[in-house]
Write a protein that binds this ligand. Structure first.
Ligand code: DAH
Length: 338
């Protein structure tokens, strides 16, 4: 009988099952009421007492092996039947859950698109900057009081490494590496050591614009910005207010006329109808010189704006912190925008 059992065990090693019918036949052959395993157990009474234990264990091991084979093949065959279901072309497609773009990215892309269409390219620079690119080359020498306008996170002193306080540093890098004509916009994250509140945060995003060529004038600046505000906000009344930035001369602040139609308009424009949108000006000749560009031959304009401010305006967001909390209830509202 031992020989018979060994033969069954050897057979089990060679077993091949390819479909559910085969699996059912295998089950019937081995463990149904009239199958091999019950038959072997029924023979146990004829085995001498001294061998009963050994033979019993062997029959048990056949039963166990058969059960394992059944379990494994059941799993394999059910996976396969799922695969086969892909061949049913009439089945509805699997639902694909789509995310949404972040409002900062939506606004950034809109701004980029507007300027790409009028011949600007995109340039980027590092968020960890040196003193030269963030300050000195932009006409902010050491101890320049305007450095205090932007509270800086320093990483090290001597050499000075810092988190860039504005994307104007990319202007410098771009002019150092390219000859005019230059038309570039530089989007990116900037950092300032400021208290976090509904209106300010220790980091935010800016877009810098720069145009350097022969005979670029203030008229070009104004016309480019007018085109931009028309495209982005659909507003065509703007004004340029005199301002001060160390890297531009003259400098200006661009306001758009937002209107005073709703209560919200009164609130966001503080009752004036006007909204400050960005800083700009004609590139200071010293800045051109710092980048080895001949300021007698070339002139340029530059501007810089905060993306959060614009996103908050366009989507009526009251608190800047909601932009960084990654609350899906907030983010899902931007599903239809691209
Ligand atoms: N860098 C300025 C800031 O962060 C913004 C700015 C103003 C950029 C005037 C410019 C400019 O290029 O011409 O506040």
């Amino acid at each position: 009988m031992i020989e018979e059992i060994e033969k069954h065990l050897a057979d089990l090693k060679k077993i091949k099952i390819i479909d559910t019918d085969g699996l059912e036949k295998f089950r019937i052959k081995y463990i149904s009421k009239k199958g091999i395993v019950p038959h072997l157990f029924s023979q146990l009474k004829n085995v001498p007492d001294s061998k009963k234990k050994e033979v019993g264990l062997k029959i048990n091991s056949i039963k166990q092996t058969v059960n394992e084979i059944i379990t494994i093949h059941k799993e394999k065959l059910s996976d396969k039947s799922q695969d086969d279901s892909f061949e049913d072309l009439t089945k509805p497609a699997n639902f694909l859950k789509l995310g949404s773009r972040h409002p900062i990215s939506i606004v950034k892309n809109k701004i980029i698109d507007i300027f790409l269409k009028v011949g600007f390219d995109i340039s980027e620079g590092p968020e960890i900057e040196d003193d030269w690119h963030n300050f000195t080359a932009l006409n902010l020498a050491e101890h320049h009081p305007a450095r205090d306008m932007q509270d800086t996170f320093y990483i090290s002193k001597n050499p000075d490494w810092l988190l860039r306080t504005h994307t104007s540093s990319v202007q410098i890098r771009h002019m150092e590496n390219n000859d005019p004509p230059i038309r570039t916009i530089s989007p990116g994250r900037v950092y300032r050591n400021e208290d976090i509140s509904a209106r300010s945060h220790c980091f935010f995003h800016q877009v810098e614009g720069l145009y350097v060529d022969k005979a670029v004038s203030f008229v070009d600046l104004k016309q480019t910005l007018l085109h931009f505000t028309k495209e982005l906000f659909g507003k065509s009344k703007i004004r340029l207010r005199p301002s001060y930035f160390p890297f531009t001369e003259p400098s200006a602040e661009l306001d758009i006329y937002w209107g005073l139609e709703t209560e919200a308009d009164y609130r966001i424009t503080k009752g004036t109808g006007w909204l400050e949108i960005l800083g700009c000006g004609m590139v200071d000749p010293n800045v051109l010189k710092n980048c080895n560009i001949d300021s007698e031959k070339f002139s340029g304009f530059a501007f810089g704006l905060g993306i959060e401010r614009i996103a908050m305006l366009l989507y009526q967001i009251e608190d800047i912190r909601t932009l960084y909390e990654n609350d899906l209830r907030f983010l899902n509202q931007f599903k239809s925008s691209i």
